[in-house]
Design a protein around this ligand. Structure first.
Ligand SMILES: NC(=O)c1ccc[n+]([C@@H]2O[C@H](COP(=O)([O-])OP(=O)(O)OC[C@H]3O[C@@H](n4cnc5c(N)ncnc54)[C@H](O)[C@@H]3O)[C@@H](O)[C@H]2O)c1
Length: 354
């Protein structure tokens, strides 16, 4: 049977690259894989670098997916666009390192016929939309508190050779997702206000990955308190209401408004999500001590988002990249860097090209 796409290129075929491979498998006839790591289970056999590809392949690949460690995103994109100025590319989040944002803009300006999108899978989470809709349905005029936590013990993954983001630290993993969610909860005006706030940051600094835990506390001018938290050491602070025995990744969102509490526990079965089980999200609304709503939302939002993104790359009106979450991450990183440098907490990291 003829599939939608003939050839997809995956650059970096570790955890995320393999997810792309699986998600796009039903849509695509053939794949080109680029990865310096030789893994027996990878099919087709990977090219070690983009430089090893025969030149005509750059034109034959219809969609490129960049899933390398973040520090290799920009150089991979540069190579792809120099091989095919009209390439269609999905880049994993976060798009690039802090000092690569301006060169990234310049590259896109130079290659104005290229189509490039960044993964923002939580922009299309039905569970998050359900919460946003519930806030409207309950006519919530003032939110007292928003708490979001995405925490996981990443040490076993890192010990097994998964990449380490020593540039952004904890901000380079789940923080893009946290910000994409808060962007939807706040709406455009409060999101813009939030992005300009200087927040209180409580960080655990780390010699290897710069910052391994972070809690950010902010207050909007209207009084809404915002607490965002992520730990790579598996320390969960914002308690869930779903009693999973084997909680692998804690992704929790809570909004309080007067006596109302809206609580969302997102797809906790992280490691089984591509084995056929749908993503399971749990949504609960409480009014005081009463549970007034309790539902399970089954939503395979990551595959859906990747399909949607791929479609957008083929449309004439491919949407522009939203840079606001990365800009916020960079300003938070700059504050943390200043804290670290002032107190001599961690060794300096790359601040520009080597
Ligand atoms: N959207 C999400 O939910 C999500 C989840 C995980 C990771 N990510 C992002 O995906 C990217 C990869 O993360 P991961 O967890 O898959 O890492 P990983 O360590 O599992 O895989 C990275 C792979 O890239 C390969 N690689 C390294 N340098 C390369 C190069 N120059 N060219 C080609 N391949 C190269 C490595 O050998 C490895 O196989 C990161 O930017 C990360 O932030 C996103």
């Amino acid at each position: 049977m003829k599939k939608d796409v003939e050839l997809i290129g995956i650059v970096g075929c570790g955890k995320m690259g393999r997810i792309y491979r699986k998600v796009f498998d039903p849509l695509c006839d053939r794949f080109v894989i680029v990865d310096p790591r030789t893994a027996d289970d990878l099919e087709p056999r990977p090219y070690a670098t983009l430089g090893d590809l025969p030149g005509d392949l750059f034109h034959r690949v219809q969609v490129w997916c960049i899933c390398t460690p973040t520090e290799k995103h920009f150089e991979s994109l540069e190579t792809i666009l120099s091989g095919n100025p009209r390439a269609r590319v999905i880049v994993e989040k976060p798009a690039c390192l802090s000092f690569e944002v301006d060169p990234f803009h310049a590259l896109l300006k130079n290659y104005c016929e290229a189509r490039v999108l960044i993964n923002r899978q939580y922009a299309d989470s039905r569970a998050v939309m359900e919460m946003v809709n519930a806030l409207k349905r309950y006519d919530v005029a003032h939110v007292d508190l928003i708490r979001i936590e995405f925490s996981k013990d990443r040490r076993p993954d890192i010990d097994a050779g998964r990449f380490v983001d020593s540039h952004f630290g904890v901000l380079g993993y789940e923080w893009s997702h946290i910000l994409t969610i808060i962007q939807q909860l706040l709406g455009p005006d409060d999101w813009a206000t939030y992005c300009d706030l200087s927040s209180e940051l409580q960080a655990t600094f780390d010699g290897l990955q710069f910052v391994s835990e972070l809690e950010e506390r902010s207050v909007l001018p209207a009084g809404t308190k915002i607490r965002l938290r992520s730990s790579m050491l598996g320390k969960y602070e914002f308690a869930s209401f779903v009693p999973y025995d084997q909680l692998i990744c804690h992704r929790y969102i809570e909004v309080r408004a007067g006596t109302l509490r809206f609580r969302l526990q997102l797809e906790p079965h992280d490691e089984t999500r591509f084995t056929g089980h749908p993503f399971e999200n749990h949504f609960r609304i409480e009014d005081g001590d009463d549970v007034v709503h309790d539902s399970t939302i089954l939503d395979p939002f990551l595959p859906r988002f990747l399909h949607l993104t791929m479609n957008q790359l083929f449309q004439p009106d491919c949407p522009p990249i939203d840079w606001t979450t990365l800009e916020r991450i960079i300003s938070t990183r700059n504050s943390l860097r200043r804290q670290a440098d002032r107190n001599n907490l961690v060794a300096p990291t790359r601040t520009g090209p080597d």
